[in-house]
Write a protein that binds this ligand. Structure first.
Ligand code: MG
Length: 240
């Protein structure tokens, strides 16, 4: 089987700033932080890394206990924030997921800096619940490349249980930031960059993804690569 690993924010959907708003509100409520540090970059990073940077810049100890305090409050605030912020599923996403779902040789999962809870909440609100069988998340990781390794391992475990030969032949990573491209490289994946998030087409081109798309409406080349990867996969299996 071949694994397709999707980033969430800026790739599958835009949450209308719900995550950022929930971060600001949580820090205000739990840590009495009234002046949220300026210029915090949310794109392409793990929630834990973002929280850690905010803590460091605000003289809050970035300890596991403080992460836990943050996380417990953040979950409820994110759910509320997702209901009031106006976001959208990005163009072509549902059609691509439908096409991949019909393909029994493909395993579809998440590779996201969101926490597991945040990933479920965001995909759930936007009607994408149940579309992803496994994932790598940002709960315990500050390094996106480590999340990619988690996602790849989760894909291997899923495929071992779900497919007849139990073999994962390769992976594709689809994301909207240079960090997605780099983490895809870290696990030897075929990397698709899509310019529907915070990064421009030029910024993404500089990272040299294997495929660069304006959005996910025209996925002919992407699906052709999935088919080619599956052919390589069946050759490998038949030779073994
Ligand atoms: Mg993203």
């Amino acid at each position: 089987m071949y694994a397709i690993l999707f980033d969430i924010d800026g790739t599958l959907l835009q949450s209308g700033g719900a995550g950022c708003a929930a971060f600001v509100e949580t820090f205000r409520a739990v840590f009495q932080l009234n002046e949220f540090p300026e210029g915090i970059c949310f794109a392409g990073r793990s929630d834990r890394a973002i929280a850690q940077e905010i803590m460091q810049r605000s003289k809050i100890e970035p300890s596991p206990a403080n992460w836990q305090r943050f996380f417990e409050d953040y979950c409820g605030r994110l759910e509320k924030s997702l209901k009031v912020c106006e976001g959208t599923v990005l163009p072509g996403v549902v059609e691509l997921l439908d096409a991949l779902e019909e393909d029994s040789h493909t395993a579809v999962g998440l590779l996201t800096g969101n926490t597991h809870f945040g990933a479920q909440a965001k995909t759930g609100v936007y009607g994408l619940a149940g579309r992803f069988a496994f994932g790598g998340y940002g709960d315990q990781r500050t390094d996106r490349n480590a999340i990619a390794v988690d996602a790849r391992l989760a894909a291997e475990e899923y495929v071992a249980a779900a497919s007849s030969n139990g073999l994962l032949c390769g992976a594709m990573v689809i994301g909207d930031t240079p960090a997605d491209v780099r983490c895809g490289r870290a696990i030897d994946a075929f990397v698709v960059a899509v310019a529907t998030g915070g990064s421009s087409r030029e910024e993404l081109a500089d990272c040299q993804p294997d495929l660069l798309l304006e959005d996910l409406t025209d996925t002919g080349d992407l699906l052709a690569e999935v088919s080619a990867a599956q052919r390589r996969c069946s050759q490998l299996v038949s030779q073994s």
